[in-house]
Design a protein around this ligand. Structure first.
Ligand SMILES: *[C@@H]1O[C@H](CO)[C@@H](O)[C@H](O)[C@H]1NC(C)=O
Length: 290
């Protein structure tokens, strides 16, 4: 009697272990897209922390429009094939953007299967199910409005709507982030980092391509097609909370909103909090609405 009880306890524990081990591969792939001027290195802290909690597929993306004069399509093309590869392998995907990177991921998911999309979950007998996009996470998103996508003729040139820190070189098509003497990148992007670290990341900035930044978006993912989380940085000097709120308050926008005590690049200043949010919103159950 006691012996068989012991056996069953051991067997149960063993099965639990198997279940836990099996849960790890179910973590989605995380695609991470930085903002204008930035390299994907800014995700290194978050990438390390995600790998410590058993995320295996972690893809920071280098935007071609950072350091090269190219259009927005090049940026979208840097995100889409990698996303499709995971989906085709049956793996779910979360896309994380920072600032202009949110514009890019928003365009890249057009046509991809979302979680609320029941048609795409239909299992064809014998065929392997495609993965789905679980969520898009906008960290301090600098994004197109519904109005400018529906009425492109109303979209303004970014010369007139960009933050004062954007400096335009109209001859070369390059935009840099040192246009505001009172708000250098150390304050515009990294105001919560220690000064030395803020200087380091400032030294890593490059120019962005005007054509990529000024392009008119063609698709809005946050009006119902996908689960989109907007993360507002309470101490963000580039897309301050009041500006972020104008994106959130648009008629037809369906964001899940989170607030972090963060600056414009929270992956560097608040990596643990960002990691927690990615973990939270990489579970489809986070979006069950009652
Ligand atoms: C920037 O975008 C605006 C609005 O879409 C457009 O009218 C303008 O021509 C663009 N600027 C340049 C220099 O291409």
């Amino acid at each position: 009697m006691q012996f068989s009880l012991l056996i069953s306890v051991v067997v149960d524990a063993f099965l639990d272990m198997l279940l836990v081990a099996e849960a790890y591969p179910n973590n989605p792939a995380i695609i991470m897209v930085p903002g204008a001027f930035h390299s994907p290195q800014v995700f290194y802290k978050v990438k390390r922390q995600l790998s410590q909690v058993n995320y295996k597929f972690l893809d920071p993306v280098a935007l071609p429009s950072v350091g090269h004069v190219v259009g927005r399509q090049s940026d979208i093309d840097a995100v889409k094939p990698g996303t499709d590869q995971h989906l085709n392998a049956g793996r779910d995907v979360v896309l994380v953007g920072n600032s202009y990177g949110c514009t890019v991921i928003g365009e890249a998911v057009e046509g991809a299967p979302g979680y609320s999309d029941s048609s795409s979950s239909a299992l064809v007998a014998g065929a392997k199910a495609r993965g789905r996009i679980i969520s898009l996470i906008y960290l301090s998103g600098y994004i197109p409005t519904i109005q400018e996508v529906n009425h492109p003729e109303t979209k303004l040139d970014i010369h007139s709507v960009s933050p004062a820190l954007f400096k335009y070189n109209d001859d070369t098509g390059e935009v840099t982030s040192d246009g505001d003497k009172d708000l250098p990148p150390q304050k515009a992007f990294y105001n919560l980092l220690p000064p030395k670290e803020a200087d380091y990341w400032t030294s890593k900035l490059s120019f962005s391509s005007f054509d990529a930044l000024n392009a008119t978006a063609t698709y809005i993912p946050y009006a119902g097609d996908f689960e989109v989380v907007y993360v507002v940085g309470k101490q963000d000097n580039s897309v301050p909370p009041a500006w972020a709120q104008t994106f959130i308050d648009q008629p037809g926008a369906k964001f899940i909103v989170e607030h972090l005590d963060a600056d414009h690049v929270p992956m560097l200043s608040k990596p643990e909090e960002v990691t927690d949010l990615i973990v939270k919103y990489s579970k489809p159950s986070a979006f069950v609405r009652i």
